[in-house]
Design a protein around this ligand. Structure first.
Ligand SMILES: C[S@@+](CC[C@H](N)C(=O)[O-])C[C@H]1O[C@@H](n2cnc3c(N)ncnc32)[C@H](O)[C@@H]1O
Length: 315
């Protein structure tokens, strides 16, 4: 429990733009599993589910998870992408890799996983195997800017279809994901969260993924609270992400809802990311069809047609 507490503090006090290691030994690895991994599972799941929404018939078979930790990406994606047959997990931390190996073998996931201990910035330059999907989740914030760029550049060379970068849904995480988008856009296509391959700068792009806390995670949270009130049995993990493709998206949506929907007097207000801008859209109650659609819209969801939210009388 002490380790979970210490780890929590390390993540809260994390420095910006600096290489840093938060996990040092086996106990740290266990604390990561108990405290963080269910939330990072939810983040990866949320980001890849958003990509699957725009690529409904995409069937990747091979995955490279860089900075895989205990293989969180493999757990999350084996249920979301049933086509996945093989995964390679690379991480510098032998304790996390050993835990991942045990969990994945106990869970009998239908994916053949290869575990490699190594530095994700250096050795991948020498290996030229290509993968349908590359995931880099919650890793870039542990590197400095130069290392991030190098990792993204070398990783994208090994990507056959899509690369997905996931970061915590904080202003820093969003800025890192957007810098990754800006770097990779010239070499590929921005699939999500951006619309129609267009980069929109300087907006805090982040998304929620709700999940039920496993019993052990709830107990750890409970112990960490000052208040005797019960820790919630669910959590909303926020994440930022960018998916860059070497294949085109299957859909061309009009926009994406990028924040909570606010109920105002006589209308709903929702932030929408469109092809080239962010707008605060007002949907009037008197436009019944659009209002009903907006009411059910989820933060992060795509909107395929403008007419779904904008009444024809508005031009
Ligand atoms: C916060 S954990 C994320 C683990 C997993 N991707 C997830 O989202 O749950 C960050 C991981 O990146 C790994 N890492 C950081 N820098 C690395 C490097 N240069 N080479 C290999 N692994 C690295 C750490 O060992 C750690 O397991």
């Amino acid at each position: 429990m002490d380790r979970a507490h210490t780890l929590h503090r390390r993540y809260m006090e994390q420095a910006q733009n600096k290489q840093q290691t938060h996990l040092h030994d086996e106990l740290d690895a266990l604390a990561y599993l108990g405290l963080r991994a269910s939330a990072t599972y939810a983040q990866i799941f949320g980001a890849v589910a958003a990509v699957a929404e725009i690529m409904p018939s995409w069937q990747p078979q091979t995955l490279l998870d860089l900075g895989s930790g205990p293989g969180t990406g493999v757990w999350a994606l084996s249920s979301l992408l049933p086509s996945l047959a093989e995964a390679t997990c690379i991480d510098q931390n032998a304790h996390l890799l050993a835990l991942g190996q045990k969990i994945i073998s106990d869970a009998q996931l239908p994916v053949i996983v290869t575990w490699q201990q190594g530095d994700v910035i250096q050795p991948i330059e020498r290996d030229e195997t290509q993968y349908d999907l590359i995931v880099v989740a919650n890793v870039l914030n542990e590197l400095n800017a130069e290392q991030r760029e190098k990792l993204l550049e070398t990783a994208f060379k090994r990507c056959r279809q899509l690369m997905i970068v996931v970061e915590p849904g904080t202003p820093i995480g969003s800025a890192i994901a957007q810098a990754a988008a800006a770097q990779l856009a010239p070499a590929g296509r921005l699939i999500a969260p951006y619309i129609d391959n267009n980069f929109v700068e300087e907006y805090f792009l982040h998304f929620p993924q709700r999940f039920t806390r496993p019993e052990f995670a709830r107990r750890i949270r409970q112990e960490m609270r000052d208040s005797p009130l019960m820790a919630s049995d669910w959590e909303e993990a926020k994440y930022s992400y960018v998916a860059v493709g070497k294949i085109p998206p299957e859909e061309t949506p009009w926009g994406r809802c990028i924040g909570p929907i606010r109920l105002m007097n006589g209308y709903l207000e929702l932030p929408m990311l469109l092809k080239d801008q962010v707008v605060q859209l007002k949907v009037m109650k008197r436009h019944k069809q659009q209002y009903a659609f907006a009411k059910k819209l989820r933060w992060g969801q795509l909107v395929m047609q403008r007419e779904a939210l904008v009444h024809p009388s508005l031009g």
